[in-house]
Design a binder for this molecule. Structure first.
Ligand code: V47
Ligand code: SF4
Length: 397
């Protein structure tokens, strides 16, 4: 047990309910929704960090995962008008956006032919021409061209829409999707499940129940997926707990989720630009509470293109053990929403160093968390000239 956790356990000044939660975490017991809410309302950063880091280190030690991936965003034109979205262009303003054909997207895939990427992440706006046939043909073409590339594609938002157009059930649809070559589902489209908030920020697209049902069916087919939560806008803490609780319940039932990814609301150029963004302290508290609450999720991911590299590094001490991938400047969702990462791309060396310089162990994984390479002892040219981290022991003398 770390020193900071010991201090918390012996702190007689601490609110007794927070003390009880700390004892539960140490005993590996699940906390209740009421206790989760108390963490949001009263848990300070040091307390939450000590608890979350204890869980992180118990599950993974210093291991911190990343992968080599790229994104394809088929279109940024969308029939929906989510109030947080900076990326979509309404059909009325269609000419300002892009709408890729299958060939355009295959050109993107072919660009990576000589590179050791392991995953393509496909997600974008919703439009009638991107129907079930379109996507089935695209997934088949990708798999035919590069069978070993893991296809992580589309969210229940698109699936709900394309199955409705095709007049088929979710069960039939997800079976067709699996057979066409999709290997896993990304976590997008979850936003906030509670209808009080979802109706205001994401009205018209699939409901929270429908999002959960599509993931459940996918898990029943033996497949894996991720989950997200878009936080820091008009929701209250109880909506976050409701969201985490629904994910925890489904995970108890299926065990099919791999990773939970909290997504910080960014406020540039969207209908909620008047709202301030959450502070870094609130972001770290949210990561930590997610780690503590989701005891049945293996991994918590900090998506660096959204929160920036510095906060991603900090998050590794607040329950996070995954920082997504190299990305190679292939996503626009966050740069258009005001993230500090305007052209998100990191080389493997940069990602490895980002992890190593906060004392963690960089591990390249594939999408299903099979280890591809442990970089702990790999020395890059840039390490030889790096001075910052090594200076710390001198300060202690
Ligand atoms: O569902 C859109 C979010 C999501 C904004 O599974 C915004 O590995 C903040 O789900 N501010 C799509 N967030 C991205 C996504 C994702 C990303 C990385 C990894 C994985 C994974 C999944 O982006 C949307 C929405 O919740 N989003 N606009 C915004 N202004
Ligand atoms: Fe469309 Fe997705 Fe943007 Fe909503 S978040 S408007 S569904 S692209």
């Amino acid at each position: 047990m770390t020193t900071s956790l010991n201090i918390i356990l012996q702190d007689r000044q601490l609110n007794p309910d927070l003390q009880k939660i700390a004892e539960k975490v140490v005993a590996n017991e699940r906390i209740s929704p009421e206790e989760g809410l108390l963490l949001f309302e009263e848990g300070d950063l040091a307390y939450l960090g000590a608890l979350a880091n204890h869980i992180r280190e118990k599950k993974h030690g210093d291991k911190t995962y990343f992968n080599r991936n790229f994104h394809i965003e088929p279109t940024n034109v969308c029939i929906y008008t989510c109030t947080f979205c900076s990326y979509s262009r309404l059909i009325k303003k269609r000419s300002e956006g892009w709408e890729y054909t299958q060939e355009d997207m295959m050109d993107i895939v072919r660009k990576y032919d000589d590179q050791p990427v392991t995953e393509v992440h496909i997600v974008g706006g919703v439009l009638p021409q991107y129907d079930l046939d379109f996507y089935v043909n695209l997934f088949r073409a990708i798999k035919q061209h590069r069978p070993d590339l893991h296809v992580k594609a589309l969210t229940p938002v698109e699936y709900h829409y394309i199955f409705k157009l095709a007049k088929i059930s979710y069960e039939e649809g997800m079976k067709i999707i699996k057979d066409s070559g999709v290997d896993s589902l990304p976590g997008g489209g979850a936003e906030i499940f509670h209808p009080e908030i979802r109706d205001q920020i994401a009205g018209g697209k699939c409901s929270g129940e429908q999002w959960l049902r599509i993931h459940e069916i996918w898990h029943e087919l033996g497949m894996r997926s991720n989950a997200t939560m878009l936080y820091g806008h008009i929701e209250r803490f109880e909506h976050r707990i409701d969201h985490l609780e629904k994910l925890r319940q489904l995970q108890d039932k299926t065990g099919g989720f791999q990773t939970f990814i909290p997504l910080k609301f960014r406020n540039q150029d969207n209908q909620m630009s008047h709202l301030p963004e959450s502070t870094v302290i609130e972001d770290l508290r949210n990561y930590a509470i997610s780690r503590i609450y989701l005891d049945n999720f293996d991994h918590i991911k900090a998506y660096w293109p959204m929160i920036g590299r510095d906060t991603a590094q900090l998050a590794l001490s607040f329950g996070v053990n995954d920082i997504d991938g190299t990305i190679d400047d292939t996503t626009k969702i966050y740069s258009m929403a005001g993230s500090e990462e305007q052209n998100p791309a990191l080389s493997t060396e940069e990602l490895v160093n980002l992890v190593r310089r906060v004392g963690r162990q960089p591990i390249e994984r594939d999408t299903l968390y099979n280890i591809i390479q442990d970089y702990t002892d790999v020395v890059f040219e840039s390490d030889k000239s790096f001075k910052g981290y090594m200076a710390l022991p001198v300060l202690n003398n």
